[in-house]
Write a protein that binds this ligand. Structure first.
Ligand SMILES: [Zn+2]
Length: 183
């Protein structure tokens, strides 16, 4: 379950700080307070639906994510190269040690559990067939139920155990984990 999707409601008023409801986390305003160009930075943050500091930090809040890692926490892919406001903001977060020490831990934005997804057929690079059952959007791994193809009939039947299956599986079927980029 994603806390982010369920608990956040943001109203987008032009030029205004979004109206945030029941957001778990520490509002970023504390960090922005004494920054130059804070209005400009606010606008950029609004664009990415960022309003709390925990959206910048890792699961244990002892590190700040890079620009490219940020998508794990904000569920949006930052497609351009790292902007200046991000660098400035990260510097400012690092300088406010007292704030950084009081963030919500474990960080609700960084935790992403395996999510059940609608079954879809997938094939990996080694021609293994499977049905996608779960997806972890933090690691970008998917869990597939493996199917074997009968060479004569071409029919697919669920595999009930083989050298590929995950060692710790407790079900009678065979599951494998794959990186989503390798399907
Ligand atoms: Zn198997």
């Amino acid at each position: 379950m994603s806390l982010y999707n369920n608990n956040i409601q943001i109203r987008r008023d032009y030029n205004e700080w979004p109206l945030v409801k029941d957001v778990p986390g520490t509002l970023i305003n504390i960090i922005l307070e004494d920054m130059v160009k804070k209005e400009l930075i606010k606008k950029c943050l609004n664009k990415y639906n960022i309003s709390v500091i925990e959206q910048f930090t890792n699961e244990t809040n002892d590190d700040i994510l890079s620009w490219t890692e940020l998508h794990h926490n904000i569920q949006k892919i930052p497609y351009r190269r790292q902007p200046k406001w991000f660098t400035k903001l990260v510097e400012q977060i690092r300088s406010k040690e007292r704030v950084a020490n009081n963030l919500i831990t474990p960080n609700p934005y960084a935790i992403r559990e395996w999510k059940k997804v609608e079954s879809k057929w997938a094939m990996d690079f080694e021609d293994q067939f499977g049905k996608v059952k779960k997806w972890n959007n933090l690691t970008n791994k998917v869990s597939l139920q493996r199917f074997k193809q009968n060479m004569e009939s071409g029919k697919l039947t669920p595999c009930k155990g083989c050298e590929i299956s995950l060692a710790k599986t407790k079900t009678k079927y065979c599951f494998m984990e794959r990186d989503i980029s390798k399907l």
